[in-house]
Structure formats: C-alpha cells, structure tokens
Design a protein around this ligand. Structure first.
Ligand SMILES: *Cc1c(COP(=O)(O)O)cnc(C)c1O
Length: 380
C-alpha cells in the first residue's frame, strides 16, 4: 500500500473494534454506548467507521448534522441516531422523515416537533439537553423540569433522553463537579416526581476518564473510540487508564533529498538558515493535506524509525526535514506524521502540541486529498 500515495492515512479497524470493546468492559453491560462520529468520524471516514461500529456493538450514533445521519443510514438501518446540535427550522422535517432524534432545548422546539408529529402521523423520539455550564446548547438546569413536563405532555413526542455536556472536564475538577451536582439534582427531582427517562447521559471521553461517577445510562465517547486519550491538566484516574490504541496513522513520502551548505535559507519567509552543511529531505505533503503550518520549525516526523525535525515553513504541498543524522534516507522513503515506525511513535497529542491545537482539530483537519486506507476489517 505504501508505494501508491504521496500522503495517506491508514485506519486500523481492529483498533477501533478493540477500543469499543474496552470501553464496553469499563462501563459494564447496563450502560449504553453512543459512538460519536461527527465530522466524518473525526476524519477517519464516516461510512467505514459506522459500518465497523455497527458490527462491534455500538448502541447509538451521535452526529452533528442530517447529512452525517443519512450517511449512517446508507450503511445500515435500525440504529438510533442523535443529532447533537440544534435543529435548524428547515431541517426539522428532514429529521422527522429520517427518524433522526433531535436535541431540544426550548418549549418552542418541542411545539414545532409536536406539530410535525401530527402532520406525519408519527411518534417522534426527542432528547432534552440541559445546560449545566457549557453555555452552548440546552435549557438552563433550573428550567429543565418545566420543559421535561411539557415534552411529556405532548402526545406526538417521546422523551427518550436527557443529557448535559462538560465544559472543562480534562482540566477543572471543581467546575466539572459543580456541573455534575446540577445535573444530579435534576435527576433526583425526576426520581422524586416519578418521571423515568430511559437515557440519561453526561460523559464524553474526558468525562469517562475523569468523572466516572456520572455514567448514568449512556456514555458519548468520541476521541477515545478512535484510540486517543484527551490530555489536560487533571491527572489520569487510575481506574480508566490508557488501554486504547490509536486507529489512525498518517504518512507521506520523501520526494527529494539534497545537501546544503552553511548559511542557506529554507522555504518561505526564510525562517530557517543552516548553521552548518546539512542533508535535507523534502516531503510530499503540507498544509494542503491538513498538516498545519503552525508546526513550522517545531514539528517532528519519523523516517526510518527516527524522529527528525521539520525545518522552515510548512508549505501547501511540501515540507522540509533535517536528515543530517540519517544519511541513508532516500527518495521514496515513508515519512510518518502520526503513528509508529519501527520502535518509534508520534502521537496525535504531540502533533497537536506542535501545532498549538488539540487532537480533535488535528484529525478533522486532514483534508479530502488524503486517501483513507482501511485494514483489519475482518473480525479476527
Ligand atoms: C463531540 C461530542 C462528544 C464526544 O466528545 P469526545 O471528547 O470526543 O469524547 C460527546 N458529546 C457531545 C455533545 C459532543 O458534541
């Protein structure tokens, strides 16, 4: 597979399968798993990943828009899908037709869906989002009870879930526990009122690692399914420790090799000038493939199992690497941005640090130009 491409991503489906099995093992059989596959399954390729997750025991899918939901439906019917974002007015009818569960934050949205339920003669499953501190979507925790009662009073709607989202769970234990306290208070009020909602949920990947006390009936892992542990200020809990494996590797090739004398500048802006004679490799990928220019003069890549520094500005289609210490590097060699080579490994978390961003953004930046190559597709 390596000889055919200039830049490509390899996705190891067996890693995804094992990660989901490991997550399942951590939470037990009582807790359902919503695998979050928005943004083309975090850049891994939505259709292939959805198919794999269907075979591997996901209970529900979480998406950002209806196009993503339809891609999942094209792969397999029958899996519930939750639209995590707000539903635009013109999307509501489509969501109802395609049986995609909307997230509701207001009385008005509930009423609009109730009208559609009547028009389509359907019972529409909806979930309510509660804003306990994220400040993005959801009804204020204090007003949630009114909304819950209202939705339950509408004959066309079935309230299948109630959820909230952590704002700083990887970094801030106090704020997270305050969010958990607000949500728990509401869950307690529901119990007192004898109201039962099947799917109560709060935990994304960071929540699972840092607030295992708020598992409830469902979890919503994204990053962890792809085998990446979100990094942050909070020390990793001992129970849920690093037992997932990254599914995605990202690679390109050495396109050109040369020797340069001392005092020569490299790439746009002349931000790097050689202090001594050196050997330089030109790679066949750049920010046009999604390798952010912010990694200029900072990032590292693997060639022949060695970590080598990026020199000068990353350009659209090419970037430069110092191979002075590795004279055997040749045109055509494989260079690794993310993943393993021999005994060396570069993680997406490291790449994110070099680029000044987060692993989620590194993944979702990998562009359409980069073919995703799948292996490990058969259950072993
Ligand atoms: C994206 C998202 C998730 C998944 O988050 P990870 O940190 O990748 O696990 C879960 N819940 C909601 C509401 C999201 O938007």
């Amino acid at each position: 597979m390596k000889a055919m491409y200039r830049c490509w991503a390899e996705v190891d489906l067996s890693a995804l399968r094992e990660n989901l099995a490991w997550i399942r093992n951590q939470v037990g059989p009582q807790v359902k798993i919503m695998t979050v596959v928005k943004a083309d399954a975090y850049g891994h390729g939505l259709k292939q990943i959805a198919a794999l997750l269907m075979q591997s025991g996901t209970d529900i899918f979480g998406v950002a828009n209806l196009t993503e939901a339809r891609s999942i439906r094209a792969v397999g019917k029958g899996w519930p899908i939750l639209l995590l974002g707000a539903c635009l007015p013109e999307e509501m009818e489509g969501a109802v037709r395609d049986d995609v569960m909307p997230t509701i934050s207001t009385l008005e949205e509930a009423d609009q869906f109730a009208v559609l339920a009547d028009q389509h003669n359907k019972l529409i499953q909806v979930q309510i989002k509660v804003d306990t501190g994220m400040g993005r979507l959801g009804v204020e925790a204090e007003l949630a009870m009114d909304l819950i009662r209202h939705v339950r009073s509408l004959p066309g709607l079935e309230l299948t879930g109630l959820y909230t989202h952590y704002a700083a769970v990887e970094d801030d234990p106090d704020y997270s526990q305050e969010q958990a306290r607000r949500f728990n208070k509401l869950v307690g009020q529901l119990q007192m009122a004898g109201i039962s909602i099947p799917l109560i949920h709060a935990n994304n990947s960071g929540g699972l690692l840092h607030e295992p006390g708020t598992l409830y009936k469902l979890i919503r892992p994204g990053l962890l399914v792809y085998g990446v542990v979100p990094s942050g200020q909070r020390p990793m809990g001992s129970k849920l420790k690093y037992q997932v494996r990254p599914a995605l590797s990202w690679k390109c090739r050495v396109g050109f090799v040369k020797e340069i004398p001392a005092g020569k500048s490299l790439s746009y802006g002349r931000t790097f000038v050689s202090a001594a004679p050196m050997r330089v490799a030109t790679l066949t990928a750049g920010y046009g493939d999604g390798y952010l220019r912010a990694g200029s003069n900072r990032a590292q890549v693997l060639i022949r199992g060695r970590r080598l520094p990026v020199l000068g500005r990353i350009t659209m289609d090419q970037m430069l690497v110092d191979i002075t210490t590795l004279p055997e590097v040749n045109t055509g060699d494989e260079a690794v941005f993310i993943g393993r080579q021999d005994n060396a490994e570069i993680t997406v978390n490291e790449v994110a640090d070099w680029m000044g961003t987060i692993p989620w953004e590194v993944f979702t930046n990998i562009t359409y130009r980069v073919p995703r190559i799948y292996r490990g597709g058969q259950a072993s």
